[in-house]
Write a protein that binds this ligand. Structure first.
Ligand code: NAD
Length: 484
């Protein structure tokens, strides 16, 4: 099974913030890998646009170094690197002044697909949209790509949506949540809607509860200022975990089409109940043998920003009434692991008697690392001694199951940037989705502020604060392990 490469039409991609961390670490290497795969035609150009008086050669050197660091395997092919660099241009430009805009206008080709990637701080999203309009750079074939964070709360997200809508149609706006570009996240839809096996059981009659865990071992180094204002709720829960929840909980869309999928996701967000304060646990890493505490890292001994959050959510609709969704995410935890566990109910009656114990099926969908699916099934424990039952995993790793050609699937940015060029918005958030997610998140954060809530400390390298275990224990449930 070899993955197919479907070539796209020639395009001009302008990366505002082209010299920044995200552009150099993620976007440019992703474009290079697609170039090596033969996905984009020769005529295509990548134009870095940023503040800073670099020459084109200087920018190309920067790009070459990024490729060596972030796409090392393919960057060994010097011919490929040279070919790619020939297609890279640079313009020194300021989003807030006239500097560079006339030059950029001259560089763009009127007949091509045109994409503007806003890889800059959010305060520049509005000014960039205005400049693009003011300089008549937007053609019908133009798309803009907006990075996270998309707003800080509902009000700012609405204002940003309104600014963008004043200059572009919704069909031209691509709001990135890179989680949606991950191979396994899309596999969630394939598993649910491509198999007859799961969908009949995918409801509160058979599912006891669902756990979504996104655990990180990294801290917040280098992002202190942003993180101190955001916290785990805004940085991870409002977007990544919410998107995973939507894909797990949504109704089958009539077809795999951008608005059909996004309509169903939106219905899930709108069906979420407000979260009760006693159904949320906030945590803050406090240091330990493995490193410094959060407050020390941000240099604020009184900081009450959470680096961990666990909560119990309810989707109030016919499918899910009565099935809780437990979501947790945090930094400086014991392992890097993103996994969704669908925990089924016990069989309604055990024919094997009390001594066989209680057993229930569980489906684990691992997003990272070691992407794959495990279904826990109950079988007889081998040997003599009566009917003892034991749970065993039916384990499938995508890398093993799909063969060596698929060991290295395109990363999220490769897929998403090519989707922008193809004009496919399925894996991008629509404006109303983002606003609905903030509408659910805002009262939670406002509640913390009103109560002067202080996050519970947890040790670096642990599974998070003990109260998160209690959140489950109170419901006679427990978190599945965060596996190293
Ligand atoms: P960065 O600070 O490394 O780079 C910012 C870039 O913006 C630089 O190229 C700079 O020259 C340019 N810039 C600044 N002011 C400008 C102006 N007035 N006009 C034109 N260009 C200007 O930032 P980053 O880490 O690359 O992040 C960019 C965006 O992506 C942010 O919105 C960030 O939240 C988001 N993001 C970053 C990451 C990441 O891993 N770095 C991940 C997800 C989202």
């Amino acid at each position: 099974m070899v993955s197919r490469v479907i070539p796209v039409d020639p395009f001009d991609l302008v990366i505002f913030g082209g010299t920044g961390d995200l552009a150099q670490r993620k976007i440019v290497p992703a474009l290079f890998r697609r170039y090596c795969a033969g996905q984009w035609p020769e005529a295509t150009r990548i134009i870095g646009a940023a503040r800073g008086a670099l020459t084109v050669d200087g920018f190309r050197e920067m790009v070459a170094e990024s490729l060596r660091q972030h796409a090392p395997k393919r960057a060994k092919d010097q011919e490929a690197v040279n070919g790619f660099l020939q297609r890279v241009e640079y313009v020194s430009l300021d989003a807030l002044t006239e500097e560079g805009w006339a030059q950029l206008a001259e560089m763009l080709n009127a007949d091509r697909i045109r994409a503007f990637y806003f890889s800059v701080g959010p305060r520049l999203f509005g000014p960039l949209a205005e400049q693009i309009r003011a300089h008549n750079l937007a053609t019908p074939q133009t798309r803009i790509v907006v990075e996270k964070p998309f707003g800080h709360d509902l009000e700012s997200a609405r204002a940003l949506n309104a600014t963008l809508a004043a200059h572009f149609d919704e069909g031209q706006i691509y709001r990135i949540d890179h989680y949606l570009g991950k191979e396994t996240v899309q596999n969630l839809m394939a598993v649910r809607f491509g198999n007859m096996l799961f969908e009949p059981l995918w409801n509160s009659q058979y599912v006891d509860h669902i756990q979504i865990t996104v655990a990180e071992t990294v801290g917040i180094d280098g992002r202190e200022e942003y993180y101190e204002r955001a916290g785990a709720m805004r940085d991870m829960m409002q977007n990544h975990l919410m998107q995973l929840l939507c894909l797990i909980a949504m109704e089958p869309p009539a077809k795999f089409d951008p608005d059909a999928v996004r309509d169903e996701k939106l219905k899930v967000i709108r069906a979420l109940d407000p979260v009760e304060p006693h159904h949320i646990v906030r945590g803050q890493f406090a240091g330990g043998a493995d490193g410094r505490g959060y407050r020390e890292v941000v240099g604020n001994p009184r900081s009450t920003t959470e680096s961990y959050v666990a909560l119990r959510a309810h989707v109030s609709n016919w499918r899910w009434a009565g099935t809780p969704f437990y979501l947790r995410t945090g930094k400086e935890l014991v392992a890097r692991s993103s996994v969704i566990n669908v925990m089924f109910k016990d069989a309604p009656h055990s024919i094997f008697g009390e001594e066989a114990g209680r057993h229930a099926n569980a489906l684990s969908i691992r997003l990272q690392p070691n992407e794959g699916i495990t279904l826990k099934v109950t079988i007889k424990e081998p040997g003599q001694g009566g009917m003892r039952l034991v749970d065993v995993p039916l384990d499938m790793s995508f890398a093993e199951a799909l063969g060596p050609e698929n060991q290295d699937p395109p990363d999220a940015y490769e897929r998403l940037v090519m989707d922008v060029i193809r004009g496919n918005q399925t894996l991008f958030m629509r404006g109303d989705e983002v606003e609905a997610a903030w509408a659910w998140t805002d009262p939670i954060i406002a509640g913390w502020q009103a109560r002067g809530d202080v996050p519970k400390p947890y040790e670096n390298g642990s599974t998070g604060p003990g109260d998160a275990e209690l959140l489950m224990k109170r419901d006679h449930r427990r978190w599945q392990g965060i596996n190293p």
